[in-house]
Ligand binder design. Structure first.
Ligand code: 5AD
Ligand code: SF4
Length: 471
């Protein structure tokens, strides 16, 4: 029976955490986890569908992997994750050697699915690929989350707090691949963070497609449901001191409880939808010592017309007001964002509005993407009318602007000391980590520093990184 697993991950941090869960589950069942494809007899790709480019990469990779089957017919090949769900038919059509296609809601079924493939082979021999497809669940059955802990890093750990997304952004495939929002019960999260803190982890990163709507729906059907009820409850909680005593357990409450009850030194979180990021979040960030001064707040566009077309639910004015309030309440906070250029109908003026917004906010970092239509989304029905060359020029222009801003902001650190969590040794052999504001830092130093907080005196900067020496 095939027992050695190689797993490669594409896409976001949620996918990285899913991959850790998958490896934990398989290791607990006696599978070996290997670092090289050559050593594996089960090759799994945990894929992403967010942009055409992500899918192209996964198809390319699996195409190369399936050729290995000619020499090693016993290989089991699986495509997991968002692309498995979005492209289920297409995968078997383009990749005839694939044995398994399983969506994000089916990760806990993997041991059973692999066992089924092994049984089938025992019955029928190596002949044709198993072509097993498991993609139909609407939500991940969180109650079935198995034991079996596996984490890639020693210093920081991801903790999933919610699954799925209830938003309807016109360009985004995630609601289709990850399904409806469900939050993990508060007690379970607190327990996991406590365990990680006891095990010596210095930071947890709370993960969800939109962490700010944590608590809306729990697996047992409880939670605050619907924006009206939410608004009423939030109004009653305007002083920020709310707890779940009145039946509301939302993201700011979760942050406060983690801060008060787990002992983990640093807490970061991603991703925040601006529509659901409120004053109470900023207050929790300001008042909780462990919660780091860093917010990823994707704006997507600086044009109100495009924000409406994207169905983002906020205007640039509302967004900028939130940023201003955040900066008032959390001085020195780092901000990052996501931006899409070349959304259907984006004019030169609308693009310029995005450029102006970036120049005004002065993000510490920004992820800039060229729009690609995602099958099944609302925007896929609109003409993708911004020519490729224009998308590319706009992409380059924003990258250049952000690089200049990032560099100027980083340069302010030269000569100063930064508090850094040292996370790993990078490929060049330097120690690498992040500040509370999630700035990249590298320095020379001993192995023993990994997993520790350190003071680093910043000597110089690159476009994206502070370079220093241990103080
Ligand atoms: N095309 C380009 N970028 C996209 N994103 C999501 N969907 C698309 C798409 N169809 C970007 C958004 C989101 C990030 C994760 O990916 O900026 O915040
Ligand atoms: Fe990619 Fe989005 Fe799925 Fe993450 S949730 S893997 S970014 S499609």
């Amino acid at each position: 029976m095939p027992r050695q697993v190689y797993l490669q991950t594409f896409g976001c941090q949620m996918n990285e955490r899913d991959s850790e869960e998958i490896l934990g589950m398989l290791a607990a069942r006696g599978y070996g986890i290997v670092r090289r494809e050559e050593d594996a007899d089960i090759i799994l790709l945990n894929t992403c569908s967010v942009r055409a480019h992500a899918e192209d990469r996964a198809f390319g990779k699996m195409g190369a992997v399936q050729r290995l089957k000619q020499e090693r017919p016993h290989l089991v090949l699986g495509v997991l994750g968002c692309m498995a769900k979005a492209q289920r038919e297409e995968i078997f059509r383009r990749l005839p050697q694939v044995d398994l296609v399983a969506g994000p809601a089916e990760i806990y079924d993997l041991p059973d699915l692999l066992a089924k493939i092994a049984e089938k082979r025992q019955r029928e021999g190596l002949g044709a690929p198993a072509r097993l497809m498991a993609v139909d669940r609407k939500v991940r059955p969180l109650a079935q989350k198995p034991a079996g802990e596996w984490r890639r890093g020693r210093a920081t750990a991801f903790v999933t707090i919610m699954e799925g997304c209830d938003k309807k952004c016109a360009y985004c495939i995630v609601p289709m691949t990850r399904g409806q929002e469900v939050s993990r019960p508060l007690g379970e999260i607190l327990e996991e963070v406590r365990r990680l803190a006891r095990a010596g982890y210095k930071q947890v990163t709370l993960l969800g497609q939109n962490v700010n709507s944590y608590g809306k729906r729990f697996p047992d059907g409880s939670g605050y449901l619907g924006p009206k009820r939410r608004e009423r409850l939030l109004a009653r909680a305007a002083d920020g001191s709310l707890d779940d005593g009145i039946g509301l357990c939302d993201f700011p409450v979760l942050l406060r409880r983690i801060d008060a009850e787990t002992g983990v030194p640093w807490v970061k979180f991603t991703t925040s939808h601006p529509f659901d990021a409120h004053e109470r979040l900023f207050l929790a960030m300001a008042e909780c010592r462990s919660v780091c001064e860093y917010l990823h707040l994707p704006v997507q566009s600086g044009s109100d017309r495009l924000l409406r077309a994207m169905r983002r639910g906020y205007t640039t004015e509302a967004y900028l007001a939130k940023v201003a309030r955040l900066r008032e309440l959390v001085p020195g906070v780092s901000l990052s964002t996501d931006i899409i250029v070349g959304f259907p109908g984006e004019t030169d003026e609308e693009f310029e509005a995005t450029r102006a917004l970036m120049a005004r906010v002065r993000y510490d970092s920004a992820f800039i993407f060229k729009y690609s239509p995602r099958p099944g989304t609302e925007a896929a029905g609109w003409v993708d009318d911004v020519p490729r060359a224009v998308k590319e020029a706009r992409h380059r222009a924003l990258l250049a602007l952000q690089e200049q801003i990032s560099r100027e902001k980083l340069e302010q650190w030269v000569g100063r000391e930064a508090e850094v969590l040292i996370e790993e040794r990078n490929r060049r052999g330097q120690l690498a980590g992040h500040t509370r504001g999630h700035l990249n830092v590298v320095c020379d130093g001993p192995e023993a520093a990994i997993g520790e907080m350190a003071l680093v005196r910043v000597r110089r900067v690159t476009a994206t990184t502070l370079v220093g020496t241990l103080a």
